[in-house]
Design a binder for this molecule. Structure first.
Ligand code: SD4
Length: 315
């Protein structure tokens, strides 16, 4: 019985990934890129530029996120990002290609300048989806990715026991999640973060977890999350947003309905510090947040702007 069910589920997922008939191949969309937080505009603009140069949506995502990682605005993303409780930076990132159903992810990565490129290399050059810690760093170095010397880190790592006694407190915003729709209707997304400030060494957040910090389905749309990763991961929030869009919801409705559904069952109610962003196959945008205003960047049709989602009213 179980094996029949497993075979059916496998068949359905393969059909969802492989069926070109379900994806209108000639669809012409107007390219659009959206990203978390005002500094995401650096990424959306770079992504659209990459599409204009003939890059694919996945190229656009990689280049857009790299632009943010490089500058590390607001000590937010990349090696200039927020240190963990022991005082050093551990980075998480993932990338997902709607067209190929491909995905790659890295977590707890140290000393690599562009984690998003490491994630892309995982997606394209390995049979795996996720690499963590030392292995992820070794892999990134083996691919020639830019790095810094982390030889001073072992000394800092000695302080992990002290760090373990300190609760991780979210301060500031430290994640870029970038969603891109190309002119052929293909979607891609990427996410990069130094993670929650003051996290315990070794803590992995939602950002590199597919279905939590990011999810892309080329038939439907893409969704990204930012905020307290634990509250995203426990509810597979971006997977839930995409599934709601599949059922016919507008991205805005899908983001709001997902937050309401989570708040309804979570003992924390609406005090989740959770923000969701979504882009559907038609280029429609949604964004919703629980407790705090959520500014996000949009670049389309030659213009960029920062829009702000207000906290949803509790039901
Ligand atoms: C994390 N979700 O590591 C990230 C943090 C974040 O704006 O998004 N901050 O939990």
């Amino acid at each position: 019985m179980h094996s029949i069910r497993a075979a059916l589920i496998l068949f359905m997922s393969l059909a969802a990934c492989a069926s070109p008939a379900a994806i209108p191949t000639q669809q012409q969309s107007s390219p659009i890129a959206i990203a978390t937080w005002p500094f995401g505009k650096i990424g959306t603009e770079r992504a659209i530029e990459e599409l204009q140069r003939g890059g694919t949506p996945i190229d656009a995502v990689e280049q857009g996120v790299r632009a943010v990682e490089k500058i590390s605005p607001d000590r937010s993303v990349g090696l200039g990002g927020q240190p963990n409780a022991a005082g050093y930076v551990q980075l998480d990132a993932c990338i997902m290609d709607g067209k190929t159903c491909g995905a790659g992810s890295v977590a707890g990565l140290e000393g690599i300048v562009h984690p998003i490129s490491a994630a892309r290399r995982v997606m394209e050059d390995t049979k795996h989806v996720m690499l963590v810690g030392e292995g992820a760093r070794w892999f990134a170095l083996s691919k020639g990715l830019e790095s810094i010397d982390v030889s001073e880190l072992p000394a800092k790592k000695q302080s992990w026991q002290v760090a373990a006694q300190k609760p991780a407190t979210p301060t500031g915003h430290d994640t870029v999640t970038l969603l891109v729709l190309g002119k052929d209707g293909d979607l891609a997304g990427g996410c990069s973060t130094s993670g929650m400030a003051g996290k315990l060494p070794g803590r992995v957040g939602d950002s590199p977890i597919l279905g939590a910090g990011l999810f892309v389905d080329n038939e439907v749309g893409a969704a990204g999350a930012t905020g307290v990763g634990e509250n995203v991961m426990r509810h597979c929030a971006t997977f839930a947003v995409v599934e709601r869009m599949r059922q016919g919801m507008h991205p805005q409705q899908a983001c709001e309905a997902t937050l309401h559904a989570i708040a309804k069952k979570d003992p924390r109610g609406y005090r989740l510090n959770l923000c969701l962003l979504a882009l559907d196959k038609q280029g429609r945008v949604g964004a919703a947040t629980t407790d705090e205003p959520f500014p996000y960047a949009v670049t389309a049709q030659g213009k960029s702007e920062v829009r702000t989602a207000r906290p949803i009213a509790p039901r």
